[in-house]
Design a protein around this ligand. Structure first.
Ligand code: AMP
Ligand code: MG
Length: 489
């Protein structure tokens, strides 16, 4: 590995590396044969206060391929554990390194992580590498989520490695530079609780509170308050996922961020036809992580999180369990309220009432029965330029539509106000699976035309542009039934 350091723009301040040594292993990225930058997110770079305009492509390729460390980086692989499909396992960054934490000019702290950067002590039998196709996929979907207004890790760059990666097919290798508030997971707490001392767990919890939940620093029983706050952020996040039809696909506890961001884009996908049972992940045989199961799984994961905090909640294990259980038990009611508010907003109802649940449920039932497209149904209702055709021209839809119009008319501002609200909640454009696949298929042949247009469309998802009308079309019938997504590619 080269030891050259470059670039005056980075401002690293690596707090994670000051934690007790069990939390990470020092690990430089493993140099690659021929790094070549293929995508750079200029808008994100600007938000981070990074200016790459003075850097030539060779320099940037070396940094984003992992062959050169930026000034101030202190690369580590983070240790964590997690429940994968319900089973506890030791994990850790097996194919990623944290270069460090970059402070923006406004003082915000972001993890800068290379994913696909080679083997680490946590690689188990994996090669530590990632494919170009999977890294571009994460780039597209994470950036789309950001533009949809959903908390997420971001993607700064993708560089190909000039090396082959052996999967079902031989593919081009690539490294993704990922930016997140942190990569601290429920699974990091599980690791600390299981494998480190209570003292380390306390140090770590204090660290997490200082980094992500500063308001709790002087609270009585900060660990219990932390649990409450993480539940709030996760319920917000999952409600947002359900708002846009997002299926994470592998909500293992190691893929759940303590900061409440969407992380670890693997077999994720967007739902077309409304069906809460929708699953695309090839390994999710029983639909554990199906679209409509996501709230339940988040609740399950947070119960695991609660378990890791017990020694900090109360020295008496019974008391600690009781206190934690009470907080975990608030999840369903909190989620139910957030879901109602979110779905009502999708229908333009700001002054939500409990009775609105029936109106929402009947639309969802109708959508499922008629195999209606989730995104387009709400988008149609949000726009003035829509004439009902096909299944929207049926008597059953007309009946629901009438009830909805009546409900909206009762609220202040009527339909005009409702549509204004709806246009902020219901995207016209989402990264539909078939569009993502088309862009990837072309990009892996080093033609980025479709990729760039797709990113253009997804950068402003609530704003309808007629020239992109084809991006609203669901895939041809039966395509979804055959569509499969994969982990660890
Ligand atoms: P994921 O399902 O992508 O969240 O990954 C689960 C675990 O497997 C994490 O610890 C990853 O670091 C590890 N992992 C996934 N792919 C690889 C790979 N190609 N080489 C080494 N470790 C990997
Ligand atoms: Mg993961």
């Amino acid at each position: 590995m080269s030891t050259t350091t470059l670039s005056p723009h980075w401002h690293f301040d690596n707090s994670y590396a000051t934690l007790p040594e069990g939390f990470f292993s020092p690990q430089p990225p493993v140099a690659v044969a021929a790094p070549q930058l293929v995508v750079l997110n200029h808008a994100l770079a600007e938000q981070l206060g990074l200016d790459f305009s003075g850097s030539d492509t060779a320099t940037l390729s070396a940094i984003f391929g992992g062959n050169t460390l930026p000034t101030g980086a202190k690369p580590i692989a983070q240790a964590y554990a997690g429940h994968q499909f319900g089973n506890f396992t030791m994990l850790g960054d097996g194919r990623a390194v944290l270069l460090g934490e970059h402070l923006t000019p406004r003082g915000q702290r972001f993890d800068i992580q290379l994913k696909g950067s080679g083997q680490t002590p946590y690689s188990r039998r994996g090669d530590g590498r990632a494919t170009l196709s999977a890294m571009l996929r994460e780039y597209i979907i994470s950036e789309a989520m950001h533009h949809l207004g959903i908390r997420t890790s971001r993607s700064l760059a993708v560089a190909v490695t000039g090396e082959r990666v052996y999967r079902e097919r031989v593919q081009a290798g690539a490294v993704l530079t990922r930016v997140a508030s942190s990569h601290i997971r429920v699974g990091t707490f599980e690791y600390a609780r299981q494998f480190l001392s209570d003292e380390d767990l306390q140090t770590f919890t204090d660290y997490v509170i200082k980094r992500h939940y500063e308001g709790l620093q002087n609270t009585q029983n900060a660990a219990l308050e932390l649990l409450r706050q993480v539940i709030h952020r996760q319920t917000d996040l999952v409600a947002d996922w359900l708002r846009v039809g997002f299926i994470h696909g592998v909500m293992n506890t190691d893929n759940m961020s303590i900061a409440g961001e969407t992380i670890d884009y693997g077999p994720c996908a967007f739902m077309n036809q409304y069906d809460p049972q929708t699953v695309f992940s090839s390994i999710d045989t029983y639909g554990r992580y199906a679209f409509g199961n996501q709230p339940k799984i988040a609740h399950w994961n947070l119960a695991v999180f609660a378990g890791t905090l017990l020694p900090l909640i109360d020295p008496d294990p019974e008391k600690a369990t009781q206190l934690a259980q009470e907080v975990v038990n608030t999840f369903p009611a909190i989620f139910k309220q957030k879901w109602l508010k979110m779905m009502a907003a999708k229908l333009g109802i700001a002054d939500v009432r409990e009775e609105d649940r029936a109106l929402i449920d009947s639309l969802l039932e109708w959508m499922q029965a008629y195999k209606a497209d989730y995104t387009n149904t709400f988008w149609h209702l949000s726009t003035d330029h829509w004439t009902p055709t096909d299944h929207y021209a049926t008597a059953s839809f007309a009946e629901w539509h009438g009830q909805w119009q009546q409900r909206v008319a009762q609220a202040e501002g009527g339909m005009a106000a409702a549509k204004k609200l709806m246009q902020t909640q219901n995207p016209a454009f989402i990264p539909r699976n078939h569009l993502v696949e088309e862009a990837l298929e072309q990009a892996t042949r080093y033609d980025f035309a479709k990729f760039e247009t797709l990113m253009q469309v997804l950068s402003n998802p609530y704003h309808y542009r007629p020239e992109y009308a084809s991006y609203q079309l669901p895939p041809p019938p039966q395509t979804d039934e055959m569509y499969q997504t994969f982990c660890g590619t």
